[in-house]
Design a protein around this ligand. Sequence first.
Ligand SMILES: [Zn+2]
Length: 685
Amino acid sequence: MKKMISILLTFLLLAGLGACAFADETPKETGAILDGRWLNADIQGNVTEETPAELKDDFGLFVNKDWILQAQIPAGESKTGSMEDVQRTMMDRQIALMKDDSLTGHDAELVHKLYALTSDWDYRDAQGVEPAMPTIEAIQGIDSLESVTGYLCDRNNLMRFYPLTMAVSADLINPDIYITQIGTPSLMLQDSAEYTERTQAGELYYTLYEQLGTYMLTRLHYSEDEAKQVIENAFAFDALLAAHIKPTATHYQADYFTSLLNYYSPEELTALAGDFPILDMLQAFGLKVGERFLVTEPDFIAALPELYTEENVVLMRDWMALKAAYSMGTNLDRETFKQVEAISNAVMGITGETSEDDNALQIVLGLLPVPMDNLYVQAYCTEQQRQDMLDIIADVVAYYRKMLESVDWLSDATREKAVEKLDNLRVRAVYPDELGDWSDLDFAGIETGGSLLAASAAVQAYVIAIQSDKIDTTVDKDKWDQLIMRTAMVNAFYNPQDNSINILAGILNGEVYNEDMSYEQKLGGIGTVIGHEISHAFDTNGSQFDKDGALSNWWTDEDYAAFQERAAKLAAWYDGFIPWEGAAYSGQQVQTEAIADMGGMKCLLAIAAQQADFDYDAFFRQFATVWRMQALPAYLVTLVAQDTHPMRYMRVNATLAQFDDFIDFYGIQPGDGMYVAPEDRVAVW
Ligand SMILES: [Zn+2]
């Protein structure tokens, strides 16, 4: 599995969907954490004129209070903040590119063709829900196990939902080779633990599926009673799957990566799957049969024969029907689109509607990430930007090296390996040298009777074919894969599988980085982002991969035990945070990101210490400014359930409180909210 570790959460499943039916009762307006010292300033409405905001007690709120009091969440959105402002800039630029008829070449032609399919509502309304009906009717025709298999193995069916995932990525042990990974299917409630004990987040996902599912199914000609039955059956089958899938919490355990190392030959995989026709499914999906498979949860694959039975045919049929109906809501006519948006917004507490341009961009980016990204690079990226970033990265790496050399709890043997890993760090800055080539892709446009669903199927088949070609071939580590990392994404990554940091053009805007900033502000913004990403090489996950990106232990036992002890102390500290009344917080879930926040800050403070007359106030304020946010309650419920990053107010306060440079500069004393005694500090590095 290609585990990318990112500084931001851009892929939160429900981002863009719309506070929940129970938004009025949760989260409560009490965000007291750490013995009641800090307020959860991220929740919209939690901070008022009367809320105290002393520098020494709550630095994040002190810096951001004026902004919070005037912040408005845009129509159709669930949050606002510095990162969201950068996102807005990037979306506006990409919308302009998407609509620019003067652009030529194959990439531009694909984009214009898809944009027309998306934005021509007269054309879409004339089609109505017809593009969906062949899929729905084919699923309705399923009446035996043989017909389930027939449906899933027929590549003429535009949408096929398999009870497992199949993907191609670099191998964990040997990251130079591409391998096929067989994983567990995504669940409607996101986490198998939700099927035994439903949390707030699970309720939210259930409500979304139930309400959107009911609307979409009836729109696709099911009666109300039939729709109700389909949803019940679909969740029943999802629960059968969930019973054999490990809860998400296990992904945060120290042995998670080693638990994935289950290799099978095609013959062994066939034997493991029993009566479930796994290789037929794989080939119907579009992947060739490679030499070996990495099976993330063999117990799940071994259980498939008892789930894939004649007895469960009706449940499977309705599981596919609900998934199909749910996923088609934004690709049909205007009436369907508007209803789906209204239902999502009501569930998520969102007011207003997103603009037509934003909606079109989401679809175009979703289907044509590489062509769109090529247009962006050509229009906006400069060699100067890249050189600026490479200079800052070189500075941060140099100080990181000093920091590793001065850590007192590492033995020389482990220290040497850590420095070697740092010295081998691969850097991808701003944009790729070589643009992605999607010149072989085509699909029918408006002129030839195309539809969004058909275009979507064509793109999916195209991408799967590219992936299939990679199986058993050598990974080109110099390549920048825009399919995974679009240049225009507002993000930065560390990829443990090629030991690389990747700073994307999209994040270099607004409060994170702009040319008018002072040196200190640049360090407080993009500097801390870069430090954070490099720290991921040495967080609980990254530290399990070596300088070449192989999952391999380079630690002495004693040093690794010391590292784990420090990481556990950090997790325990975050366990005590209460984002709102009644909500539990998982320190283990946010551990890697919190380690990276603190490691990055330590490194940047080391750089600051070398500068004459360094403006610490500007540096700390910029850091707090980058992470300001106001968000709707339901969005934060999904965030606490899924995001591996600490909430933003914690990222500011919990990080800064670890460092003497901060505490001494502002004269913070025991008893102040921002004071953490040296013996209680939890920074791992
Ligand atoms: Zn991160």
